[in-house]
Design a protein. Structure first.
Length: 248
């Protein structure tokens, strides 16, 4: 099985994404802390790649050096320079564009199993979750109403991503609540209704570990381990309402 595990990274985030809530700044803005978390994530996913017979690549969007993210020689590294105006769409717009750029740069075969991972996310049981996927198939967690897709962790093929999920950056607008998760969910629904795409649950529910890229809070499984009340109020309340408290 030919597998590409693609991680997205931003060692130094745009200050605009951190404005308005100082409680998040220390955790999310410190490049050294972020870089260390990315290196740990790369090591984790390199182990997964070895287990499933794949390889790891990182696409970085803030101009960091390769050594900031990984010191491994067996990991691919792509640096993505943001075009003017892209950041106005928000973090999701940047991530979507970076993935498209990485796939263009690395140019994997269309039938390559693509495992898309956001930043510092770890999946404890990833080697059991990742397996062959059929043509025109996407494995992802979604809300019950299918309006929200958990784009932190997606398994599909390169060809399917290019056909159904490329070009999403132009549709993402965080200020208008057109988050990447909603744009991706809409793409999936369109493909399902057209009969050109199958969306599946993972064969084994992924067990997330690591630190949230939004709040800096550590999490695993379906819930955060211990979430400070201020974070619950400011960050998780809206997400829980949006998801109806549950992903499948």
């Amino acid at each position: 099985m030919n597998v590409l595990i693609l991680l997205t990274a931003a060692v130094t985030p745009d200050p605009a994404f951190l404005a308005g809530d100082a409680s998040f700044r220390m955790t999310l803005a410190d490049p050294q802390v972020r870089a260390g978390q990315y290196r740990a994530a790369v090591d984790h996913w390199s182990g997964v790649a070895h287990a499933v017979g794949g390889r790891v690549a990182v696409v970085e969007t803030s101009g960091a050096d390769r050594g900031d993210v990984t010191r491994r020689t067996d990991v691919g590294y792509v640096s993505y320079s943001l075009p003017a105006g892209l950041a106005s769409g928000g973090k999701g717009a940047i991530e979507a564009a970076a993935i498209d750029h990485a796939l263009d740069t690395l140019d994997p075969a269309p039938d390559t199993v693509l495992v898309k991972v956001t930043g510092r996310l770890l999946v404890e049981n990833a080697a059991r979750v990742i397996g062959p996927v059929g043509d025109a198939t996407v494995q992802v967690r979604r809300s019950l109403d299918r309006a929200f897709a958990d784009t932190r962790f997606v398994v599909t093929t390169v060809g399917t991503w290019r056909e159904h999920l490329s070009g999403m950056s132009a549709e993402v607008d965080d200020d208008r609540a057109r988050w990447l998760e909603r744009v991706a969910a809409q793409r999936l629904i369109v493909g399902e209704y057209a009969g050109t795409l199958t969306v599946q649950r993972f064969p084994d529910p992924p067990r997330f570990v690591g630190a949230s890229g939004t709040t800096g809070v550590r999490y695993d499984g379906w819930r955060a381990r211990v979430v400070p009340p201020v974070v619950q109020r400011k960050a998780e309340g809206a997400v829980r309402r949006l998801l109806g408290g549950r992903l499948v």
